[in-house]
Design a protein around this ligand. Structure first.
Ligand code: GLA
Length: 400
């Protein structure tokens, strides 16, 4: 009898431990809302270093970005140079003289989290050592360094390599390390990661190839490979994907270009608004140490960020399109809606959002608030119209 009770107690303890372990690494606990942070790639490419990353972490705090919700500081490609005799990954000793752990400790000391980059192939996109064949070894090392977030790329993979299995292996390696780490799948949408990304333990997955710091267009790279994308090209590729995102697992239309100089402030405001509507991860990609106040105000607009981070985790969708004029809508947890009136065209235009496009009845009276002007616009029944600048947005909340 005594033994039976002992067995039951043992089973209960094991079940609780297992549930705890699963819960610790479940997508919902790692990324209940889209991750927010900064990544080195869009502005600095391979020019990464200890002092750059420390400076960026400090600026994230000083600029008010940390208060606005940004937390991950992520080094992209080029921090690694080789593997040692045991196969351990080696950071560039010139650029990271104190090693990655000291840097991660510093980032943590500012109340932020630390992220790093590798690749599911034999080499990264910049020809540095990749992770293939070293997944468990790398995960242990990352855990020892205090890594909280891993972006895992897809360059130099073999033609027969299966993406879902490759990312699942990395997720299992991360879990086996014992340290919770966000897994950012960077497979560029080639094998439709929205279909398998969550199952592979990914918390976000790129839906497209790389963003570029311009408004529109989709062009081949100089070497002929496809493609670099303007904001609108990426936006169009998100249509139809909303149903695949939710708490713990997000579509990733790539990192932000806000502040990098290739677009106007109006276009950057649109880029940021649309990414918030898409419940996209908000990874700033500019130099946070020297941004103009206008750029800081875009990146730290708490009302727009609240739309991105809304706890319901519903991705917004395009609900109306008339040539260059579009309406995007996102349902929020309290039953209200966010709406973006987008003017892709060359001149100022009036755009109307009808309540029916928001899933509301026509006769409903609702409060409209402008999320860039930070002011209530009034009560409207059935629809709301606004004049929208060329390449601009008007972003509102509609609250019955
Ligand atoms: C790929 C990714 C980019 C960046 C670079 C680094 O192009 O899509 O986001 O990580 O590799 O080499």
């Amino acid at each position: 009898m005594k033994n039976i009770w002992r067995l039951i107690a043992l089973l209960l303890i094991s079940a609780a431990a297992l549930a705890g372990q699963q819960n610790r690494f479940s997508g919902e606990s790692l990324a209940p809302t889209p991750p927010m942070g900064w990544n080195s790639w869009n502005k600095f490419g391979c020019n990464v270093s200890d002092s750059l990353v420390r400076g960026m972490a400090e600026a994230m705090v000083k600029s008010g970005m940390k208060d606005a919700g940004y937390q991950y500081v992520v080094i992209d490609d080029c921090w690694q140079v080789s593997r040692d005799k045991e196969g351990n990954i080696v950071a560039d000793p010139q650029r990271f003289p104190e090693g990655i752990k000291a840097l991660a400790d510093y980032v943590h000391s500012l109340g932020l989290k630390f992220g790093i980059y590798s690749d599911a192939g034999t080499e990264t996109c910049q020809g540095r050592p990749g992770g293939r064949g070293h997944q468990f070894q790398d995960a242990l090392r990352y855990a020892a360094w205090g890594v909280d977030y891993l972006k895992y790329d897809w360059c130099h993979t073999s033609k027969t390599q299966d993406a879902a299995t490759s990312y699942l292996t990395m997720r299992e390696a991360l879990n086996a390390s014992g340290r919770p780490m966000v897994l950012s799948i960077c497979e560029w949408g080639t094998a439709k990661p929205w279909l398998w990304g969550a199952g592979a333990g990914g918390n976000l997955w790129r839906t497209t190839d790389d963003i570029q710091d311009h408004w529109a267009g989709r062009e081949k790279w100089p070497n002929g490979s496809c493609c670099s994308n303007g904001v609108l090209a990426i936006l169009d590729m998100q249509v139809g994907l909303a149903g695949f995102a939710g708490p713990g697992h997000w579509n990733d239309p790539d990192m932000l270009e806000v502040g990098n100089g290739g677009m106007t402030d109006t276009e950057y405001r649109s880029h940021f608004s649309l990414w918030a509507m898409l419940a996209a991860p908000l990874m700033a990609g500019n130099d946070l140490r020297s941004m103009r106040p206008e750029i800081r105000d875009i990146l730290t607009n708490k009302e727009v960020i609240a739309v991105d981070q809304d706890a319901l985790g519903r991705e917004g969708e395009r609900v109306a399109k008339d040539g260059d004029l579009e309406v995007w809508a996102k349902q929020l947890k309290d039953g209200s809606r966010a709406a973006v009136l987008l003017n892709r065209g060359p001149s100022e235009q009036e755009i109307t959002v009808n309540w029916q496009e928001l899933g509301y009845p026509e006769h409903l009276s609702a409060e409209v608030r402008d999320l860039w002007q930070h002011k209530d616009v009034g009560k409207f029944t059935g629809k709301f119209s606004a004049s929208v600048a060329s390449h601009g947005v008007v972003m509102v909340s509609v609250r019955p």
